[in-house]
Design a protein around this ligand. Structure first.
Ligand SMILES: [Zn+2]
Length: 178
């Protein structure tokens, strides 16, 4: 029996839902979905054409040159490959593992390990960058969203996984094509 592409996709989705049931939603988010989301954020930033991009350097807005395949840390301006050891991470502007902001794309942006972990997100600089790139309205929207605790359904988690994977694949393909 040959399955149509739609049938194949639907079976794959069913198997993913089984994985959520097996692992539990919390573990599925922390072990699978959050790392995939962060990889997608870095890949989409790295797939942008060569050029100068905004970053906060020494507390001031600046633009930093990066090439395709690289990310700029939004809060210090360091440029590093999007993937590999000791390289970029994706840092949340507003932290909170149960908040609705966990998978809000504007809330997560490339950050180096030093800013994301050692400086706990380098908040003051992150705020400057967010204001400049997304504006006050979006910052306010994210702050309201953060107050909402969200429990995603199994179906929502799986649909996000499918979407993030597809966006990641598209970004990687764009980088490979240069
Ligand atoms: Zn940094």
């Amino acid at each position: 029996m040959t399955l149509s592409p739609e049938e194949k996709a639907s079976r794959k989705r069913d198997r993913m839902i089984e994985t959520v049931i097996k692992r539990g939603r919390g573990k599925y988010v922390s072990a699978i979905l959050a790392p995939l989301f962060q990889e997608m954020i870095r890949a989409e930033a790295a797939a942008q054409p060569d050029g100068r991009y905004p970053a906060v350097v020494d507390g001031k807005l600046a633009t930093v040159f990066r090439e395709i395949g690289q990310c700029v840390c939004v809060t210090c301006g360091k440029v590093k490959p999007w993937k590999g050891t000791y390289t970029m991470e994706a840092g949340h502007f507003l932290a909170g593992r149960t908040a609705s902001t966990l998978f809000a794309p504007t809330n997560s942006n490339p950050q180096c390990t030093s800013c994301n972990q050692h400086l706990s997100g380098n908040q003051a600089n992150y705020e400057i960058w967010m204001q400049h790139v997304y504006g006050q309205e979006e910052v306010d929207r994210l702050r309201r969203l953060k107050a909402e605790v969200r429990q995603f359904t199994r179906e929502e988690l799986v649909d996000m996984r499918i979407e993030f994977q597809s966006r990641l694949d598209t970004a990687i393909k764009r980088m490979e094509e240069g």
